[in-house]
Write a protein that binds this ligand. Sequence first.
Ligand code: SF4
Ligand code: SF4
Length: 485
Amino acid sequence: MSKTQDRERFVVAPHSRPAFARYARLHEDRVRDRFVVLAPERAYEIDAISLAVIGLIDGESTVAQIASRLAARYGAPEDVVARDVTALLQGLADKCLLRDGPDSFTPPPLSTLATSYAPFAAGPAGLLAELTHRCPLQCPYCSNPLELERPNVELTAKEWGETFRAAAAIGAMQLHLSGGEPTLRRDLEEILGYAVEAGLYSNLVTSAVMLTRERLEALAKIGLDHVQVSIQDVIPQSADYISAFEGGVAKKRDVAIWTREFGMGLTINAPMHRQNIDHLPKIIDFAVEVGAQRIEVAHIQYYAWAEKNRAALIPTREKFMESVKVVDEAKARLKGVLNFDFVIHDHYATLPKTCTGGWGRSIVVVTPSGKALPCHAAQTLPGLVFDDVRKRDLGDIWRNGSAFNAFRGGDWMKEPCRSCERREIDLGGCRCQAMAVTGDAAATDPACHLSPDHARFAALAATEAHAAPPPFVYRRMSGAGKETV
Ligand code: SF4
Ligand code: SF4
């Protein structure tokens, strides 16, 4: 595929020959009794009619032929079927999941391990595996805990393999191989092999600075589906300052381009803050230039390292509003070329986010030493006990673990959440943010305008964002004691 073709929207026409890109595929989700299309960081539910269409896309049949076959099968008017088929396929194409003609890459096999785990059938959709906390970068907003885990406590590749099988068996479909920097694991290839065996859709979340072309190609051959390259900025001097690492931008550009060359999905992950927010248009251009299908523009949440550095990172409301405009304009301009995930700034919100899809509802995080967490910042909450996947079955932890049940459902809620009509929608927001700001993990997320702490929360942003930024407290194995200008 030429670079130009890669960057154009695929407009589905009667003569098109649609096929899934290597990084998207149909999957039978037996735990939830449904079919989904697995894609970068997403699982799109497919109804029976869509399933009939998708079963016929093979990169050889034209849209007109597919419509004709379906019209004959169901005794329906061909023009009506053609219109519906085109609309469905255009929707998938605009999510960057289809290509015109077959993909030369063969996708990895699907899981045969997922079984219903009654009576708690709603298993996690995803597993975030923090393979190591080691990282050559020192981002001041890193979501890892202040007390980073040492290499000598890390799970072995075999132990990760057992964890992956256990996760797939209770319904996990997506696996995020994360860190720290996961490529620092010399046995990453073996670990990925276990993920492919378990049939998980694999996503490598990486700073990319340690990857070589040869290693990335080897990972693609083992069956890696998707790479998420995190960037600090695209202006080299600024990126070097934010990450305390020299020369990262050029390396990330290479890795991103190789990722597409090897047929894998690519997301650019761009955490947003006051020290890079002015470069957002250039960051979006970078994502297009390297061939990404997705970009995450995520305003930072302030806990762990980010909380330490809040005054250095928090943008003004005006800058935040500008970023909303930039993303809205780019979304319209780049429809079908680049998909956006935009995480808004909590201090300038009036309603909270449904954090991690709800506590103990959609994701399980496992730390390098094997602690199972309901969200990656859960260790900032006092009094919770986190089970070890080496000592207790993951399904049992998910279903019965005390930390997973601490904020499930709504019994833990206080007013105003307890009697609020949105309690089933946002589930009271983020527990870690509530703890960081109010000192009470069961309080209403202060991002909510109904929280008694909301005004103080918003005022704090206004004060800090207008003052000169202090020096960063860089993320270090040795903890948060040292400051660097
Ligand atoms: S946020 Fe930065 S320091 Fe933290 S793991 Fe990612 S690249 Fe490393
Ligand atoms: S009061 Fe609670 S449930 Fe209602 S909108 Fe605010 S955070 Fe959500």
